[in-house]
Every structure is written in C-alpha cells, then in structure tokens.
Design a protein around this ligand. Structure first.
Ligand code: MG
Length: 229
C-alpha cells in the first residue's frame, strides 16, 4: 500500500488531537479529619460530612523516590493514610454499591505544609499550596487487592520514622468508612478508573526532617519506604 505524505500528516494531527484531549491519567482525592483522635490533636471541629480536598497528579511520588524538602515551608508534616484505588467509573454511587468501585488498598503519605495550612485556615482560604505541592503524595507501588482483607473495617496501618513507630491507625476508628467516602465523593466528582483516594490520617502527625527515612505499613507488610532529602 502506498501511503501519501498528506495521509501521514493527517494521521499525526489526529494522534495529537486524541492525545491532547486525553483525560489526565488519574486524580487524587483526599479526606481530611476522618479519625477522631487526629481531629483533637489539631484542635479541629468534628465534621458532619467528609472534608474533601484534592492534589494534582504532579504530587505523586512512586517507586520509593525520595521526598525533597521544599523551601517554602519550615513545618512539613507526615500523615500516613490508606489509599483506595478506583477500579470503575461512576458518579452518584449509592453506598450499598460503593464496594464495586474500588479494588485495592495501598499506603500513602499526605505530606502537609502545616505552616501554610495554618495560615490558610486562619484566613478561611483554600489549602491547595499546603497540600498539593510537588511530591506531597508518596504512594506505594504495590496495592493489596481488597479480596485479600478479611474485614475492611479492621485494617491496621502504621508509619515509622528511622525505625521508630510514629503513627498507628485502624479503619475501625474512621468516622466515614470507605463505602461512605466513595458515595459522598461521587455526588460531586465522577470517579474514574485509576483515581486514588487518601482516606484520612490517624493521630500522631508531626514534622519530618531532612535525613529521615519514612516507612508505611499495612498490617505487618512494609509497602512504602523513602528518604527525606
Ligand atoms: Mg491527610
């Protein structure tokens, strides 16, 4: 078959249009204030509905890449969280069907520039720069299939820094469980395959320092380990 130059050009143009219109690979949603003891430690109000924020996909760190301490904050805090992976597109999902929309659970750190967040809170301003900056979402490469868990309402997870236990949580302590979170989020946002949801941090948040090694565990399995540089 003889292919004319103009046919190639048209094809290339078409590829470019498809590429440009391609939706982002994934989005990161996050739930704030989902564990009562953590709400207390930051003197926050207990919410009637989940507190939602998002991070751009540029916040993701994968493959245990190091986290580079940014120059705009002097108080970066760790928040270890369970992360749900969305496996099916949906919106307005009823809670009773929500479990069909996620298939695996990973570990992540919701890094927070607490100093910037505090300023924003005082002024009633959005949290984006405090929560969504580059590298603010390290996520485990491995996600554990939901079917591997005996009981989603009894999953333990934890964070160590330089081998020392700093945060420990269990899903039984969540104010809003996975299914409720999915249902609630999907009222506002279409959830798409590959999207991630950070489901909130237990008590014990605190600052990280250059030179620290953070490790996140689900039950006894280490899923994430990286350095702060
Ligand atoms: Mg958090």
């Amino acid at each position: 078959m003889k292919v004319q130059i103009y046919q190639v050009v048209v094809l290339l143009d078409l590829c470019q249009i498809i590429y440009q219109n391609k939706p982002n690979q994934m989005r990161i949603f996050a739930i704030g204030r989902n564990y009562a003891e953590h709400i207390k430690e930051l003197n926050n109000e207990r919410p009637d509905e989940p507190v939602i924020f998002t991070k751009p996909d540029t916040a993701i760190l994968r493959n245990n890449e190091p986290f580079y301490y940014p120059d705009f904050s002097k108080d970066i805090h760790h928040e270890v969280e369970l992360v749900l992976r969305i496996s099916k597109e949906g919106k307005n999902i009823q809670e009773k069907f929500a479990s069909k929309y996620y298939d695996a659970i990973g570990a992540g750190i919701d890094f927070t520039a607490r100093d910037l967040q505090q300023k924003a809170k005082e002024k009633g301003l959005p949290w984006d720069i405090a929560k969504g900056f580059n590298g603010s979402a390290p996520v485990s490469t491995r996600f554990i299939p939901v079917s591997d868990f005996k009981d989603l309402k009894d999953i333990s997870f934890s964070l160590t820094i330089n081998g020392e236990l700093r945060q420990q949580g269990n899903t039984s302590l969540m104010l809003f469980n996975f299914d409720y979170i999915i249902s609630y989020l999907s009222r506002f946002f279409t959830l798409r395959t590959g999207d991630l949801i950070f489901t909130g941090t237990p008590k014990g948040v605190g600052p990280v320092r250059i030179g620290d090694t953070l490790a996140a565990f689900i039950e006894n399995e280490k899923l994430l380990e990286f350095d702060v540089r």
